[in-house]
Write a protein that binds this ligand. Structure first.
Ligand SMILES: CCCCC/C=C\C/C=C\CC/C=C/CC(=O)SCCNC(=O)CCNC(=O)[C@H](O)C(C)(C)COP(=O)(O)OP(=O)(O)OC[C@H]1O[C@@H](n2cnc3c(N)ncnc32)[C@H](O)[C@@H]1OP(=O)(O)O
Length: 276
């Protein structure tokens, strides 16, 4: 059993916030060193700039404090995350769109390449950016009767290459192509069948317990050997974004601010409201 450093043990329960509201809560189990990171932005945990900034800070701190595992979950049993907050796409505040996309890039780079083993406890629906967060983890446990997928084409937008790579590295190129071009949302049972998720859970307690069981696999593995191996496997995917961040940001801003995409998003948001 490899012991954790005492500095990690000092970290118990902490909320991260740049505002009065806490959109991400982090609780570390002092016995195991496993951190549970909970997204808590009702009603649907849509990812806005503030939430992404908090998540990014939490991931940095868990890297510095050498967390022994990370479980990413939602405070709601209905939605894991509805993906990017669509209101951010029409935000006209100067520089915010740039900050928003940069924060998303930061979160993905940190989560995808984190030294700690990571599990997505998908205790709710996980469309688009919600699916991206889950795909960035090493293992996925999902509640039954939910949905998951990269549905960007349904909104008339194009998933960037790093979204595609995240999916392709889990389910392979052929299924990724089919899934993304059709904007397919998979049910939990379908997702298990194609390997998009690893386990199905009855409820959130069961999902957390299954996530913890996955992390126990590493109890007797050297953290250095494990994280270095992960780096070898994931390094190229992370670097492909790190090296092209500016071009990726420009492509996002050009695409999302185009008249055609803005019109499509407006129609999509209206259809979401009508769906009630
Ligand atoms: C050409 C070269 C291009 C190069 C490429 C470069 C860049 C590409 C450009 C852009 C890429 C951008 C990538 C985007 C990824 C995303 O994540 S986009 C977001 C996609 N998300 C969705 O489609 C999810 C939509 N939501 C739902 O399906 C449902 O809400 C739900 C999650 C299944 C939950 O259902 P439930 O019934 O519980 O809740 P409601 O539907 O009633 O929703 C409650 C409330 O929340 C609002 N809402 C839902 N989702 C979002 C969201 N994503 N953002 C903001 N707001 C959201 C919904 O409208 C309701 O609001 P209310 O009516 O005011 O109560």
């Amino acid at each position: 059993m490899f012991l954790r450093r005492s500095v990690t043990l000092a970290m118990s329960l902490k909320n991260y916030s740049s505002e009065a509201k806490n959109l991400v809560a982090v609780a570390v189990n002092n016995q195991t060193g496993v951190a549970t990171v909970t997204l808590q932005r009702p009603p649907v945990n849509s990812l806005n700039l503030e939430l992404l900034n908090e998540l990014s800070s939490a991931l940095t701190e868990l890297e510095e404090k050498k967390a022994r595992g990370i479980i990413l979950k939602s405070s709601s049993d209905s939605v894991f995350s509805a993906g990017l907050d669509i209101h951010e796409f029409s935000n006209t505040e100067e520089g915010r769109l740039k900050k928003f996309w940069t924060a998303l890039q930061d979160v993905w780079i940190k989560l995808y390449g984190h030294s700690a083993p990571t599990v997505a406890c998908i205790n709710g629906h996980a469309p688009a950016g919600g699916c991206l967060l889950a795909l960035s983890c090493e293992y996925r446990v999902m509640l039954k009767q939910k949905t998951i997928g990269l549905n960007e084409t349904k909104l008339g937008i194009v998933a960037p290459l790093w979204f595609i790579a995240s999916m392709e590295n889990v389910i392979g190129r052929r299924l990724t192509e089919l899934s993304l071009t059709t904007g397919k949302m998979y049910t939990t049972e379908e997702a298990l069948k194609i390997g998009l998720i690893d386990e199905i859970a009855e409820d959130t307690n069961d999902a957390v317990s299954k996530s913890e069981n996955f992390l126990k696999l590493f109890q007797n593995i050297s953290p250095f050997a494990r994280s270095q191996t992960k780096k070898f496997i994931r390094g190229n995917t992370v670097q492909s974004l790190v090296k092209t961040r500016e071009a990726d940001l420009k492509a996002f801003i050009d695409d999302i601010t185009s008249e055609k995409v803005q019109k499509g998003l407006k129609v999509y948001m209206e259809s979401l409201k009508k769906g009630k």
